[in-house]
Design a protein around this ligand. Structure first.
Ligand code: MN
Length: 235
């Protein structure tokens, strides 16, 4: 009994807990799950060949251990010739629950960050065509670069602000948080009906138009005005 108290009896090495930094502190934000919302900006839905409508939002997940901190490297993954950037605002939950009402949803937000939903577009397209899950296109290693988290006590709950990405200094993506089809409280409320949300969950909130392929050697520099910036090298 006492032995178990001092060192848990794992039969293999326990995996490290993925974390993100919190801007202005030495504290760490432990990551529980990563949810991503699809097609949340009309212009991006259009460029992907869909008619943007206010249909119920849809979600997919990435693995918490696929986070790459800002300043880090994104190794170009195998089995793809068409890896795309999707710059997104990320919502970091400090609380959670089930069946949260829209008007109480922001109470569980700890803060916000800037993330890249890196996507093996060719594999995602194949899976869509075959009616199969998107995991191989979305949930591969290093697929979720993300900046430090800015607490909402500092940045508030931004509803407007430019969302942008430069590749090698050239503007590639630009939109505004106001263009989101589903607002942050709406997506939290909807998600909480399907999953029990928990402290440590991250929600990638969708990307504006301008997604395109990256190459080894590219420097991706993006931001959400009012929240922060993210810089990643493709290697
Ligand atoms: Mn995305």
């Amino acid at each position: 009994m006492l032995k178990g108290f001092f060192s848990l009896n794992y039969v293999i090495p326990a995996p490290p807990l993925p974390t993100l930094g919190v801007r202005g502190t030495t504290g760490l934000f432990p990551i529980h799950r990563i949810y991503c919302v699809g097609r949340n900006y009309a212009a991006h839905a259009r460029e992907m060949g869909h008619v943007p409508e206010r249909e119920p939002p849809f979600f997919f997940q990435k693995n918490p251990d696929s986070i790459v901190p800002s300043g880090g490297r994104f190794p170009y993954p195998g089995h793809s010739q068409d890896v795309h950037h999707e710059l997104e605002m990320v919502v970091a939950l400090g609380g959670g629950g089930r069946d949260l009402a829209v008007d109480q949803a922001l109470d569980c937000v700890f803060g916000y960050a800037v993330g890249l939903d890196m996507t093996r577009r060719d594999l995602q397209a194949q899976m869509k065509q075959m009616g199969r899950p998107w995991e191989i296109g979305k949930a591969f290693e290093f697929a979720a670069p993300c900046s430090d988290i800015v607490p909402a006590t500092e940045c508030g709950h931004p509803r407007s602000g430019a969302v942008w990405l430069k590749v090698n200094g050239e503007l590639r993506q630009r939109g505004d948080l106001r263009q989101m089809i589903w607002s942050v409280p709406e997506m939290i409320s909807y998600l909480s009906a399907l999953f029990t949300l928990a402290p440590g969950d991250l929600i990638f909130s969708g990307t504006p138009a301008g997604v395109a392929a990256v190459r080894r050697g590219d420097v991706l520099h993006g931001g959400v005005d009012g929240i922060g910036e993210l810089k990643i090298s493709v290697v």
